[in-house]
Design a protein. Structure first.
Length: 119
């Protein structure tokens, strides 16, 4: 299972902005990015991914509001995506983009799931 792709697909159906793996060259006013930043796997079956989810918007306030909607969606994910067994929020915080005036918040999550990769 590609957990980044699963979360992107899931969030696209739950938040009213585009969701990407990378920041698009032409940025919409508001969008979300999802990135696996670490994790561990046990016995080629149980995978725990550290996921960073960034909520981008035209202002810090709007980015905060989007981050709240994303957080609510992610925390309800285990019931929605097959194979996900646990979600733990590590933190959600203001994460200013030094290269742009836009607002950005980042949520960090540990997502445990059954990984069906071939050995």
């Amino acid at each position: 299972m590609n957990i980044e792709a699963e979360i992107i697909n899931y969030l696209e159906s739950r938040v009213d902005v585009p969701v990407y793996a990378d920041v698009p060259e032409e940025r919409p006013e508001s969008f979300v990015t999802v990135e696996r930043v670490g994790g561990s796997i046990s016995n080629h079956v149980i995978d725990t991914a550290n996921i960073a989810v960034q909520s981008w918007a035209d202002t810090r306030y709007n980015a905060s509001e989007l981050a709240d909607r994303v957080d609510t969606a992610i925390l309800s994910m285990p019931a929605a995506i097959g194979g996900v067994t646990r979600i733990r929020r590590d933190t959600v915080y203001n994460f200013p983009d030094p290269d742009h005036i836009s607002g950005r918040y980042q949520g960090e999550y540990d997502v445990t799931f059954y990984n069906n990769r071939e050995v």
